[in-house]
Design a protein around this ligand. Structure first.
Ligand code: ADP
Ligand code: MG
Ligand code: MG
Length: 887
């Protein structure tokens, strides 16, 4: 027999394990049952299951006779436990109706308190409590809450009426309101409801109850709940439970109180009780901001220099009991708890407990402390930290106490905070940065030719583009804070001015970005530096002991490599050589090479690039000191490097001595309709072998030089991009081997090196068995593999991807988290076929997915040897890899 309803409290707990299963009774319900089960004082109640919610929302309409009967029986359970009857005019039982999904979810229906009051029962409550003021106060609270959250009336009308009532009496605070004042207000409230609703406030207590139950279920499909679910990857088919619970009253005078508490400080992780409370108050008063709550502990009150007594001082007995509950709950749940309680005439009641939300810093401290206290083991500590939350600690962040004037809000594309002078193009950014100025690059959107400016800038702001736009991806890779898609930004390049929201600004004005929440602020806002030591370091050591996969970094500059190593990278998984080509000093030679009419012209230009590229590799091999470095030969379509403006063409013409008309014609010829599928990747190497030859030569010369100068011989891994066939790889591997042999001959030494390929086309994945006959390693380029498998352009999908995620077509953005069913299938198939040919083939992943915990878990399943992520994601990947290994 399925149960729709489970009871808790009142001494008779259910033995059915479903009664404590969060998926069935929701988090709140499960924890209430759990607390009651370990003997804590929990007001009795019952929970209607999430399954019933799912059924109700799917089928609509009425509740079955069984559900109604179970609710009636459960209500009877509360009645007999409390010794009062629901709707009894002499001594009424009142209940709260609370929503509670599997995970705590803002956006769900707010709690309704004091349900069961009407014109008759309010008199009974006054008589039985001996407190008329309390009874009418409770009734007015009930009408207001019920009207707002269940009947959908605007709460302002009620708030205004209360304000006017207080003014009329010359009162300042709610506490001055007398019984008769509340009673008069109740009459007004009822009049407001009747006028707005066209019918009176429901007097039938059962109608009140079922109305509230329906409202909780309906709230699962409210817009705010949907938005929250989308932002937090919560499936739409979980549903919410409803908790109906006997009321206890914190508003019964000065021996009553209500409060919220954490068993440790959720901001710092410090092992000290942390919380707030209010005397003679109910429910949300503490967080609603109507009255200023007081400190829970004497220590906190003294530290803050506050006068109103702490609970520890004002109610020592109830406080002592509460502190004992804190200890018990931490031991029971082995985690920091977020607790809600009420004291009714000196008696303590527990209304909620759950694992408390915390900052990344607090999460690390608590996890490490709890291992020290013997509360949890290292594996649990590793599992408990959300890898993505570490991001908060890896970038400078805004001082939370600093004042901020927010001009606009965009998408939190890359975390961290940055202040600087506005610059409107990449060259200006670089020029100013070279003079040592902090700049923020503000663009409509960015493209590969902005890279140098993005690198030079402290932060990046774009008016267009989503979380996986060029700006967002590159900024995350570089660890630059970025706010993207801030549509309130409009730029006028002609006058070098811009508007952000209502604010008129010009180039050079200072703004601050908060990449963690998308805020764009006026002026400079104070920041605090990241801390990578202490608990953070301890946890990383534990993670390293438990992970199987290696973690490498995607890095192409010595600075990036140093950052990567500092964050624990064990090699470079992707060194993109094209970024080196965009450098200001080299771009002329690159353009000369591209625009050359024949091989001779190209070779002349490449000769200029060779020493530059060799110097790049030299510096990288030095920093990486013998760790493996995977270098990808030139990948993007050549036209990305071309000049755009007339001025640029003229400048180039002067430098290389070819007329602008010829240059423009040649540029025209390079135009492609679909560059992503055009003349790029290994296709460049096949048609212009001298380019790859130059790169291979630069690489091996640098490797030999570094080997000669230091003990740690580099281990280059040469990676050929965008291979579709075995033959392509065969031709290009031969070229690389030939070049290596030539260089080794000249230098008089040989080095270990490997030649492999990226798997980023479906055909390459399918024919991985053949390709592995030639390639010694595979690196899954899942950015392109996602594009080519789904036929979806990363740069153009931002417009419609949201709709796809919202309608459940994709569980998540496939460029952020790997599409396991489709793209993942190709990855595991290629891994299998590659290994069948070459059992010791080295397998890794580069691209954005290498820093995404869910994708990392997938890589562990497939048995990849390493993941490669941007330097700032290396610690995240280390932790995620450990979690994946622990299962
Ligand atoms: P949320 O999920 O937003 O925290 P809750 O359901 O916990 O909402 O309710 C909010 C507040 O209402 C609680 O903190 C508690 O103070 C009060 N409350 C809820 N149920 C009761 C009850 N049965 N008796 C007294 N107060 C209650
Ligand atoms: Mg709560
Ligand atoms: Mg690629």
């Amino acid at each position: 027999m399925t149960s729709y309803v489970f009871t808790f409290g009142g001494g008779v707990g259910s033995s059915d394990p479903r009664s404590r299963d969060k998926t069935i009774v929701g988090g709140k319900g499960a924890n209430l049952a759990e607390m009651a089960g370990i003997g804590l004082p929990v007001p009795p109640g019952f929970t209607i299951t999430t399954e019933e919610c799912v059924r109700y929302l799917a089928e609509g309409g009425d509740f079955s006779a069984e559900v109604q009967a179970e609710v009636a029986k459960a209500l009877g359970h509360i009645e007999s436990a409390v010794g009062k009857k629901f709707g009894d005019a002499a001594d009424p039982l009142l209940v709260s109706v609370r929503s509670g999904a599997r995970v705590s979810m803002p956006g769900m229906m707010d709690t309704v308190l004091n349900l069961g009051l009407n014109d008759a029962t309010v008199e009974g409550l006054a008589a039985s409590s001996g407190d008329e003021r309390f009874a009418w106060d409770s009734y007015r609270r009930f009408i207001q809450m019920y009207s707002d959250v269940v009947l959908g009336l605007n709460h302002h009308a009620f708030e205004d009426a209360l304000e006017i009532a207080k003014e009329d009496q010359g009162y300042y605070a709610d506490v001055e309101m007398q019984a008769a004042d509340w009673q008069a207000l109740v009459a007004e409230y009822k009049a407001i409801v009747a006028a707005e609703l066209g019918r009176p406030f429901p007097q039938d207590v059962h109608e009140q109850l079922w109305g509230a139950i329906r409202a909780v279920f309906d709230s699962w499909d409210s817009d705010r709940a949907k938005v929250y679910r989308r932002l937090n990857d919560i499936p739409g088919d979980w549903g919410t439970a409803v908790n109906v619970q006997a009321m206890v009253f914190g508003n019964m005078g000065d021996t009553s109180a209500t409060g919220v508490a954490f068993t440790r400080d959720p901001a710092t992780g410090e092992k000290a009780y942390y919380g707030e409370w209010l005397v003679n108050a109910q429910g949300e008063d503490v967080v609603a901001g109507i009255r200023t709550p007081q400190y829970l502990t004497k220590a906190a009150r003294t530290r803050a220099g506050a006068k109103p007594l702490s609970m520890e001082e004002a109610m020592p007995e109830a406080y002592g009991e509460l502190a004992a509950v804190f200890e018990l709950l931490e031991k029971h749940y082995r985690d920091m708890q977020d607790i809600e309680f009420t004291v009714e005439r000196g008696k303590l009641w527990m209304l909620q407990t759950r694992s408390g939300k915390r900052t990344a810093k607090a999460a690390l401290k608590m996890a490490v402390d709890m291992v020290g206290e013997g509360l949890i083991d290292e594996k649990t500590a590793i599992r408990r930290i959300d890898p993505m939350a570490l991001d908060q600690l890896l970038h400078p962040t805004l001082d939370p106490d600093a004042p901020r004037e927010v001009l606009a809000r965009g998408l939190p594309a890359s975390p961290g905070a940055a202040s600087g002078a506005i610059v409107l193009d990449a060259d200006t950014a670089q020029a100013h940065a070279e003079r040592g100025e902090a700049v923020i690059l503000v663009r409509v959107e960015t493209s590969p030719e902005d890279i140098h400016g993005m690198h030079a800038a402290k932060g990046i702001l774009t008016a267009r583009g989503g979380m996986t736009s060029h700006a967002a991806v590159v900024a995350r890779g570089m660890g630059r804070p970025c706010v993207s898609g801030a549509s309130a930004v409009s730029i006028d390049l002609a006058s070098r001015t811009l508007k952000i929201g209502q604010c008129e600004l010009k180039e050079g004005d200072v703004i601050t970005l908060d990449g963690a929440n998308g805020d764009v602020m006026l002026g400079h806002v104070r920041t605090i530096e990241p801390e990578l030591v202490g608990d953070f370091g301890t946890l990383m050591v534990w993670a390293d002991q438990h992970r199987r996969m290696k973690v490498r970094a995607n890095a192409e500059t010595p600075a990036d490599c140093r950052t990567a190593r500092q964050f624990g990278a064990e090699g470079v998984g992707l060194c993109r050589t094209e970024h080196m080509f965009f450098d200001d000093k080299r771009i002329a030679a690159v353009r000369q090479m591209i625009l050359a009419e024949d091989e001779g012209g190209r070779r002349a230009a490449l000769a200029k690039l060779l020493p530059e590229q060799r110097a790049d590799f030299h510096a990288i091999f030095e920093v990486m000191a013998g760790l493996p470095v995977t270098v990808r030969l030139l990948d993007p379509p050549l036209h990305e490097f071309l000049p755009h403006s007339d001025a640029e063409f003229e400048e180039l013409s002067d430098v290389i001595g070819i007329g602008t008309a010829t240059l423009k014609r040649r540029a025209e010829e390079l135009h492609e309709f679909n560059p992503m599928l055009g003349h790029r990747g290994c296709r460049l190497g096949i048609t212009f072998p001298e380019i790859y030859e130059m790169q291979a030569r630069a690489l091996f010369e640098a490797a030999c030089d570094v080997a000669a100068a230091s003990g740690a011989a580099p281990v280059p891994e040469v990676m050929i991009p965008l291979v579709a066939t075995r033959r392509e790889l065969e031709i290009l591997k031969a070229l690389v081997d030939r070049t290596a042999a030539a260089v080794f001959g000249e230098k008089g030494r040989t080095l270990d090196y490997h030649v492999g390929t990226m798997i980023e086309l479906p055909r390459a994945a399918l024919l991985a068995g053949e390709i592995a006959e030639v390639g010694e390693f595979f690196s899954f380029g899942t950015n392109d593999l996602t594009q080519t498998t789904l036929g979806l352009s990363r740069d153009d999908s931002a417009k419609f991807l949201n709709a796809y995620v919202e309608q459940g077509i994709f569980p998540r953005d496939p460029f952020v988290s790997i599409d396991i069913d489709g793209v993942g299938q190709l990855v595991s198939l290629a891994a299998e076929r590659g290994r069948a040919t070459r059992p010791d083939i080295k397998l890794g992943i580069c691209g954005e997915h290498g820093g995404d915990p869910a994708s990392i878990a997938f890589c562990e399943k497939v048995g990849l040897d390493y993941v490669s992520a941007s330097p700032f994601r290396v610690p995240i990947a280390r932790l995620a890899a450990a979690q994946a290994a622990l299962g």
